[in-house]
Design a protein around this ligand. Structure first.
Ligand SMILES: Cc1cc2nc3c(=O)[nH]c(=O)nc-3n(C[C@H](O)[C@H](O)[C@H](O)COP(=O)(O)OP(=O)(O)OC[C@H]3O[C@@H](n4cnc5c(N)ncnc54)[C@H](O)[C@@H]3O)c2cc1C
Length: 497
C-alpha cells in the first residue's frame, strides 16, 4: 500500500511491528523481506510524491543543506545537496522515493574476507565474511545477478569459463588478484519501481509505504525507543508542515543513508554515549580528472576481461545480459604485509580509486543553523584523508608498477598532492554509525542494533566498519536481508515459503 503522509491527520498514532525510515535499497529491501515474513511494516519516506527526480531537488536543497568542511570545502562543496548530474559530479544523495537507487550504477561485488579482519589501521568487523555468505547468496537472485554465490561467481576464473576464455592462458601478476564486478540490470536499479521476485513492487506489497513522512525525532526512554515523531509537508513552494503524527512499533530501523542516519541519531541524542555517532565518515575516494597512467600492459585475454570490453569493443555479458567487468585488487597478503588499504588498478590509465582508512576526524556533526522546512539543526560534514590514505595510494601504485614490469608495463603515478586535490566521494557514503563488538568503539552491534537501545536498528553502509573497495550496495542489501531475518526471528514470525 502506498499513501501520502499529509492524508494522516495530525495527532494520529499509527501502530505497527517494525517501522523503517528511508526508502533506498537498505530500507526497501528490509521492508520487502519483513512483509514476506508476515511482519507488519510501515516504511516512511520523507520525499513528497514528486512527478520526476529533478523536481525533488528543491526539497532536497531545503532539507539537506548544511556546512561543508575539510576536503568537501575544496573538492566537493555541493556534496550535501548537489542536483542530478551537475557538470561532472553526479548527485550524491536523494530525497526521493527509492532514495539514491533512482540513479545508481548497479555495480556489485561482495566485500572480501580480508575486509572484515582487524589489521593495522583497520578495526575489523564483529562479523566475518562467512557470517554474511548465506545472505549474499540470497542477495544474488534478489538483485538478478549471475549464477550462484556458492560457485564463486565474482571470481575471474569463474567468468573466464562463463565467457569461453578458459582456453587462453591467464597471466598472473604479483600481489594483485583479478576481481570481477557484476551490474544489476536497468529495470531492477530503482528500488521504488522494481518488481520483486513475487511479482510486486514495494508499493504493491503488504508493507504500508507512507511517502511525504519525514522523521523529526526519535522518542527514547531508558534504553528503548517508544515512538517516532513524523511530519508531512504541504504543497506550497517552499513547503510548510502539513500534518504531524506519531508511529509506535516494536522495533525501528533507520535507513536514511550514512549522512542522515548519523544526523537523526545526533538530533535525538541517541547512541552517542561514547562520542561515536557521525565519526569515521568514509568513502572510496576517486580522483576526477587526474589519472594513474598505465602503459604497455599485456593484451588479451586477462587485460580485456579486466577492462570489461570483449573483442568487438562491447561489454562482456552472460547469456542473460548481466554485464561484468574486472579490476586488479591487492591480495590479502599484500594488504597485511604492507599495512595499507586496498585499491582498484586497471589494465589502462584510470582515475585513482582506493580504500579510505577509518578516521575519527572525518565526521558529521550538527550546526547551529536550521533547515527552512522543519527548523531542525543542519549537518556539518568534514571529510579528511590521513597519512594511511597517502601510504595506500603511493604503495599500491608502486606495487602495481612492480607487478606489471615483467610483462612490459609501466605506471606513471601523479604526486599525492594532486590526487588529494582531485578526489571526490564518488557516491559511496560509508561509516558514521559503525558496527563494533565494544560499545565504546562503535554505534551498532553485530545485529545492527544501536548498542544502548534495545529496539533501534540501523541499515545501510553507515554500519560498515571499513570500506574495502567493492561498491557498497550489494553488501547493504545483504545486511538488510540479514537484519530482516533477525527482526522476524525476534518478533516471532516464520519466513514465507
Ligand atoms: C551517481 C551514483 C552512482 C552509484 N553507483 C553505485 C554502484 O554502481 N554500485 C553501488 O554499490 N553503489 C553505487 N552508488 C551508491 C548507492 O547509490 C548507495 O550505496 C545506496 O543508494 C544507499 O542506499 P540507502 O538505502 O542506504 O540510502 P539512500 O538511497 O540514500 O536512501 C535514503 C532514503 O532516506 C530518506 N530520508 C532521509 N532522511 C529522512 C527522514 N528524516 N525521514 C524520512 N526519510 C528520510 C531519503 O529521502 C532517501 O530516500 C552510487 C551512488 C551515486 C550517487
Amino acid at each position: 500500500m502506498l499513501r501520502n503522509g499529509k492524508d494522516i491527520a495530525s495527532g494520529t498514532t499509527l501502530r505497527t511491528q517494525v517501522c523503517i525510515v528511508g526508502s533506498g535499497q537498505a530500507g526497501i529491501t528490509a521492508a520487502w523481506c519483513l512483509q514476506r515474513a508476515g511482519i507488519r511494516v510501515v516504511l516512511i519516506e520523507g520525499s513528497r510524491a514528486q512527478p520526476t527526480l529533478q523536481d525533488s531537488w528543491p526539497d532536497k536543497a531545503l532539507l539537506y543543506a548544511g556546512e561543508a568542511a575539510g576536503l568537501f570545502a575544496t573538492n566537493e562543496r555541493d556534496f550535501l545537496t548537489s542536483p542530478l548530474y551537475q557538470g561532472q559530479s553526479p548527485s550524491e544523495r536523494e530525497r526521493y522515493f527509492g532514495g539514491t537507487s533512482t540513479h545508481w550504477g548497479g555495480q556489485s561485488r561482495p566485500l572480501d574476507p580480508v575486509d572484515f579482519e582487524a589489521r593495522e589501521g583497520f578495526p575489523g568487523w564483529p562479523i566475518t565474511r562467512a557470517d554474511l555468505d548465506p545472505y549474499y547468496a540470497q542477495a544474488v537472485p534478489l538483485c538478478m545477478l549471475h549464477g550462484q554465490f556458492a560457485d564463486d561467481n565474482f571470481s575471474a576464473g569463474y567468468w573466464t569459463r562463463v565467457l569461453g576464455l578458459d582456453g587462453a592462458a591467464m597471466q598472473e601478476i604479483d600481489d594483485f588478484d583479478p576481481c570481477m564486478y557484476q551490474f544489476m540490470g536497468g529495470a531492477f536499479l530503482n528500488f521504488a519501481t522494481r518488481v520483486f521476485p513475487d511479482g510486486k513492487t514495494i508499493g504493491d506489497s503488504a508493507a504500508d509505504v507512507i511517502l511525504n513522512a519525514s522523521l523529526l525525532a526519535i522518542e527514547a526512554g531508558e534504553g528503548s525507543v517508544g515512538g517516532l515523531r513524523v511530519a508531512s509537508m504541504d504543497d506550497a513552494t517552499p513547503p510548510g508542515v502539513a500534518t504531524e503524527f506519531r508511529i509506535e512499533a516494536d522495533a525501528y530501523v533507520l535507513a536514511c543513508g550514512a549522512v542522515a542516519n548519523a544526523q537523526q541519531l545526533l538530533l535525538s541524542d541517541i547512541g552517542n554515549e561514547h562520542d561515536q555517532v557521525g565519526r569515521n565518515f568514509l568513502c572510496h575516494p576517486l580522483s576526477m580528472g587526474v589519472s594513474v597512467g598505465v602503459y604497455g600492459f599485456p593484451s588479451a585475454p586477462l587485460s580485456d576481461l579486466m577492462a570489461g570490453n570483449d573483442a568487438s569493443g562491447g561489454s562482456w555479458r552472460d547469456a542473460n545480459g548481466v554485464r561484468v567487468t574486472g579490476r586488479f585488487q591487492l591480495t590479502a597478503d599484500a594488504l597485511r604485509d604492507n599495512a595499507i588499504g586496498n585499491c582498484w588498478m586497471r589494465a589502462y590509465s584510470a582515475a585513482a580509486y582506493f580504500e579510505m582508512a577509518p578516521n575519527p576526524e572525518s565526521r558529521i556533526t550538527l550546526t547551529n543553523t536550521t533547515d527552512k522546512v522543519f527548523g531542525q539543526p543542519q549537518v556539518r560534514i568534514d571529510w579528511r584523508l590521513g597519512a594511511l590514505d597517502r601510504k595506500t595510494y603511493e604503495r599500491s601504485t608502486a606495487l602495481f608498477a612492480a607487478a606489471i614490469k615483467p610483462e612490459g608495463g609501466t605506471v606513471v603515478a601523479p604526486q599525492w598532492a594532486s590526487i588529494e586535490r582531485a578526489v571526490v566521494v564518488n557516491g559511496h557514503h560509508i561509516g558514521t554509525t559503525r558496527m563494533s563488538a565494544d560499545p565504546a568503539l562503535g554505534v551498532v552491534d553485530a545485529n545492527l542494533r544501536v548498542h544502548s537501545m534495545d529496539n533501534l536498528y540501523v541499515a545501510g553502509s553507515s554500519v560498515f566498519a571499513s570500506t574495502g573497495v567493492s561498491n557498497p550496495t550489494f553488501t547493504i542489501i545483504t545486511l538488510s536481508i540479514r537484519l530482516a531475518e533477525h527482526l522476524a526471528g525476534r518478533l516471532g514470525a516464520a519466513p514465507a515459503a
